[in-house]
Design a binder for this molecule. Structure first.
Ligand SMILES: [Zn+2]
Length: 278
């Protein structure tokens, strides 16, 4: 069975597969003028981030250009990523001046927000959990890099609070999309990782987010993320989970599976500048 058939069988709304308009990606049916998705990885896929593997810079630049072009020729002028450090810092892109964008690109942040049209925000992952957040009418967006260290620092709720602070958007006005990440099936951890989460109020009274198996301890990143979001007021029906394990599927990059040769997947979201042309 080819890749498309394998995936189409398991994807459900709001997720679909786009293999026609540039690098293949899981497309999110987001509200209003918003474009959002999670690129695929794996052997032969178009890498969108530097990896210590064989991808040359020119190829990466071409893949990024092809992604922007595929989203609509006049929709986005740039793809913006910051320096990810497994922290909890959110940065808001308040305008699209070149100096502002350059400053964000050089800054350390694991969540990016904007209400500006024309700038596509991205985070890069290979097992860590990528989140896309969209105000329900598409007036503001965010993309979040949430590995277990980010989850331990509650970066998801921090980004939700930033929506309120910067844009006056309440938690129950957000749609949240959870992208491909290492699953409960594969994310084996040391006991110290479980201890990081034990005291979290969002997980109080629940043991469903971790499990001991004969091979060791396992953690469910998606369950933890969802519990944290619900605790700060995001409605359960607004949290949409793609439910694809990066480690189990060779069409995804997985740091744990591929080690140093892994590329990175891109989670991207932005408000289209020119909605007439798409
Ligand atoms: Zn798995």
């Amino acid at each position: 069975m080819n890749l498309k058939n394998r995936l189409v069988e398991r994807l459900k709304y709001p997720f679909s597969l786009d293999m026609e308009s540039g690098p293949a990606y899981f497309k999110v049916a987001a509200p209003g003028p918003v474009a959002a998705g999670f690129t695929l990885g794996g052997t032969g896929a178009a890498a969108l981030a530097e990896a210590p593997g064989p991808e040359a810079d020119a190829t990466l630049a071409e893949n990024r250009r092809a992604l922007l072009e595929g989203l609509g020729r006049d929709s986005f002028s740039t793809l913006l990523t910051a320096r990810q450090v497994h922290g909890k810092r959110s940065l808001t892109v308040a305008d699209c001046h070149p100096a502002t964008l350059a400053g964000v690109a050089a800054s350390e942040a694991d969540a990016l927000l904007t209400d500006q049209a024309g700038v596509l925000l991205g985070v890069l992952t290979a097992d860590c959990l990528p989140l896309i957040m969209v105000e329900r009418q598409g007036r503001a967006v965010a993309v979040v890099h949430a590995g277990w260290r980010g989850l331990a620092q509650a970066i998801g709720p921090a980004a939700v609070a930033e929506f309120e602070c910067r844009f006056g958007v309440a938690a129950d006005e957000l749609e949240v999309y959870v992208g491909p990440a290492i699953g409960f099936c594969c994310f084996q951890v040391g006991l110290e990782v479980i201890d990081c989460f034990r005291g979290q109020a969002a997980l109080a009274g629940s043991e469903a987010w971790w499990r001991q198996r004969p091979s060791g301890y396992y953690v469910d990143l998606t369950a933890i993320q969802k519990a944290q979001l619900l605790q700060v007021g995001v409605p359960a029906e607004n949290v949409h989970v793609l439910d694809i394990c990066t480690c189990c599927h060779d069409f995804c990059f997985s740091y744990r599976r591929d080690h140093a040769i892994s590329g990175r997947q891109l989670a991207f979201v932005g408000i289209r500048e020119n909605t007439v042309s798409v």
